[in-house]
Write a protein that binds this ligand. Structure first.
Ligand SMILES: *Cc1c(COP(=O)(O)O)cnc(C)c1O
Length: 422
């Protein structure tokens, strides 16, 4: 992956960040070490700055524009006032939250985890992913990740000294599809782990029971570890074709080889709190904790108590969240279709991936999502992100552009109105 502006680590004059946000050369060699040299500023920084500069509606970065439940905010205030979590909480996380995470896995999936030995609280899912890779990957190990991938995966694999092996999800039957033969062919004797993500950001694909069964069989047959990022577990738009979230750890042979990652950010609309968690076996949790303790050690003390209460919210909370976002998905999908985009209707997450070629963009912008997204704020007053940044195979991602719909209805209505001008 190159930096978000397409220039890959252009050295600045004297070690100060260059215009692209990439540190330059000084003190005798490039400042940024070679593991990170290919990663510049994330696309979100560039596009969010563009939104501010142009006054465009920001459907680029995926954060909700309203906060989560009032009672959960109040729980955080209470914890702060009562002096709970204001000093270093325990390394594995506060017992209340570990118990709540275990309770959540049992209540929603029938999976049982020991809160003391099989649950670890992290600084968001991001730290959980980084710690898992740093703990489990030796330099030279191959890590298979679905492409397009969440942007922190590539950097975390690189920090761990691993080699990423992308397996590309491709459009077919109205969704982005995993080619299971390609996945099988990607496994080599050097493969250490599969890094999965379902529901999948940015495509909105939810892996089916059949796909997950095949992945589980492959992992067992080839004795692979699996790290599975399930932060959108409660954002599955269930219908006849899509059952509720199916955690990979619930498939035969998987519990003992799977590190499952969740987060309060997406489920409770508190992305700034950075409370995430890992559930796995005692050995795997201990391994991940070994890396985690030297990253943040601990984080988000008072928020951990609040999230413990959030996880115990009644089913109605989770249903309402899903139904609210389903309506927003339908609103934005209809608007994008009317504006001329080819829309891949997501079965999960709060993102819609579109194909811009149907807009006749091949002539004006070469079907190039980068150029399209840079021009979109001026053309239509809306910001989106080019999916190409989530690919090693840039060309595969070139025609795709992602819009977030975790925004207030009036904001989405306004965006849809603006996009009509395309
Ligand atoms: C948002 C997101 C994360 C990061 O979660 P945090 O809890 O904010 O660190 C991880 N994975 C995916 C797929 C995401 O979309």
């Amino acid at each position: 992956m190159t930096s978000s502006d397409g220039s890959s680590g252009t050295p600045g004059p004297s070690g100060v960040p260059s215009a692209s946000g990439t540190p330059g050369t000084a003190y005798g060699r490039p400042l940024l070490n070679r593991r990170l040299a290919e990663f510049g500023t994330t696309i979100f920084a560039e596009m969010s700055a563009l939104a501010v500069r142009t006054g465009a509606i920001n459907l680029g970065q995926g954060f909700p524009d309203t906060d989560g439940p009032e009672e959960v905010r109040e729980a955080a205030v209470r914890a702060l006032r009562d002096g709970r979590g204001n000093q270093y909480p325990p390394g594995p996380g506060v017992p209340e939250l570990r118990t709540a995470v275990a309770g959540h896995q049992r209540r929603h999936y029938g999976l049982s985890y020991d809160p003391d030995r099989e649950v670890l609280i992290t600084a968001g899912a991001t730290e959980a992913i980084a710690a898992a890779l740093l703990a489990l990957v030796e330099p030279g190990d191959e890590v298979i990740a679905l492409e397009p991938y969440y942007d922190s995966y590539a950097a975390a694999i690189a920090l761990a000294g691993g080699t990423r092996v992308p397996v590309t999800l491709r459009p077919g039957e109205g969704r982005f599809v995993l080619d299971l033969d390609e996945l099988r062919a990607a496994v080599t004797p050097r493969t250490r782990l599969l890094l999965l993500n379902t529901p999948h950001n940015p495509t909105g694909t939810v892996l089916t029971r059949e796909e997950l069964t095949a992945i589980a069989e492959l992992a067992v047959e080839r004795n692979l570890l699996v790290v599975t990022d399930e932060v959108y577990e409660h954002l599955v738009f269930t219908d006849d074709a899509t059952p509720a979230h199916l955690p990979l750890a619930s498939f035969p042979g998987m519990r003992e080889r799977t590190v499952t990652i969740g987060s309060a950010g997406k489920t409770f609309s508190f992305t700034g709190w950075k409370v995430g968690w890992v559930t796995s076996t005692p050995d795997l949790v201990t391994a991940v904790r070994s890396a985690k303790q030297y990253l943040t050690f601990v984080a988000s003390g008072p928020f951990q108590y609040a999230v413990a209460e959030a996880l115990a919210l009644p089913d109605a909370y989770f249903t309402d969240l899903r139904e609210d976002l389903r309506a927003k998905r339908d609103l934005l999908a209809a608007g994008l279709t009317a504006a001329g985009f080819d829309v891949y209707r997501p079965a999960g997450t709060y993102f819609i991936t579109t194909d811009i070629r149907s807009l006749g963009e091949s002539r004006s912008h070469g079907g190039d999502g980068f150029a399209f997204c840079r021009a979109l704020p001026e053309r239509a007053g809306v910001v989106a992100v080019p999916n190409a940044v989530f690919y090693d195979h840039r060309q595969e991602g070139a025609p795709f552009v992602r819009f977030a719909f975790c925004k207030r209805t009036e904001v989405l209505t306004d965006a849809v109105e603006r996009l009509k001008s395309l």
